[in-house]
Design a protein around this ligand. Sequence first.
Ligand SMILES: Nc1ncnc2c1ncn2[C@@H]1O[C@H](COP(=O)(O)OP(=O)(O)OP(=O)(O)O)[C@@H](O)[C@H]1O
Length: 276
Amino acid sequence: MSMNHAADSAPVRIAFDRVSVQFDTERGPMKVLDDVSFEIRQGEFVSIIGPSGCGKTTLMNLLGGFVPPTSGQVLLDGRPVNGPGPDRGVIFQEYGVFPWLTVRQNIEFGLKLSASKVPVREREAIVQRYMTLMGLGDFAHHFPKHLSGGMRQRLAIARAYAVKPEFLLMDEPFGALDAQTRSAMQDLLLEVLQTEGKTVMLITHSVEEALYLSSRIVVVTARPARIRTVIDVPFGYPRAENVHEDPRFAEMRTHIRDLVMQEYAAQARQAVRLSE
Ligand SMILES: Nc1ncnc2c1ncn2[C@@H]1O[C@H](COP(=O)(O)OP(=O)(O)OP(=O)(O)O)[C@@H](O)[C@H]1O
């Protein structure tokens, strides 16, 4: 039995229920999400893919508790999200690190918050583990401004993983990394999930990344984002690196790329209309 079938009977942890979001802008109201409904079950890894600027980050902001829905509901274990919480580790596109704290202090930060209640002795070991895993061991006392962009992003990832949140919400977490580091970070994420069993929502522009990591892929339309289609990924976990060579991988990649390209084209037509 594949992991996906097993997940079918797992409890729903995250639910977007007919969610719409509209922002007031200088040019009037702008609808960003339109009647979006989907669910994420315990242990699922769901990727969201769609054209730039269509509203994907807004999905994450809703779940993170940073933005309220204009209509509809976002539910965590059946309860409406009403603000951020330590159960959700959020990794933003732009580096979510504190510039006034060192590498070590940044990773330690979440562990010191009363909500996570990690004893001091354990804290040390956790900080050390994630510094090493992320290749930041030699930079413990450096401040973020003295790190490269890729290192800052790895620090943001370490910070989120260290508090062991039940949910990981990731917005293009590997976008700023070079290809080799990106692939190492993908494998590390799979490893963390294998040992810690999280429920994940990932926003990515990379069809390959979505296919390699996810159990399901939600393709969204041009703005306002609606669900275009939801695709079950047929590969189980632990995921073998060689799924990249599976003929189904190539077929699905082509199919999903086509869908995403159609939505990019729709978005470009919209942009032309707006500028006319
Ligand atoms: N708080 C806000 N107020 C007004 N407009 C906003 C707000 N947040 C986002 N927007 C606008 O909503 C649209 C969708 O933004 P969003 O960041 O969700 O898209 P995205 O799909 O994540 O984009 P990208 O892939 O480029 O990161 C954008 O045009 C953005 O400028």
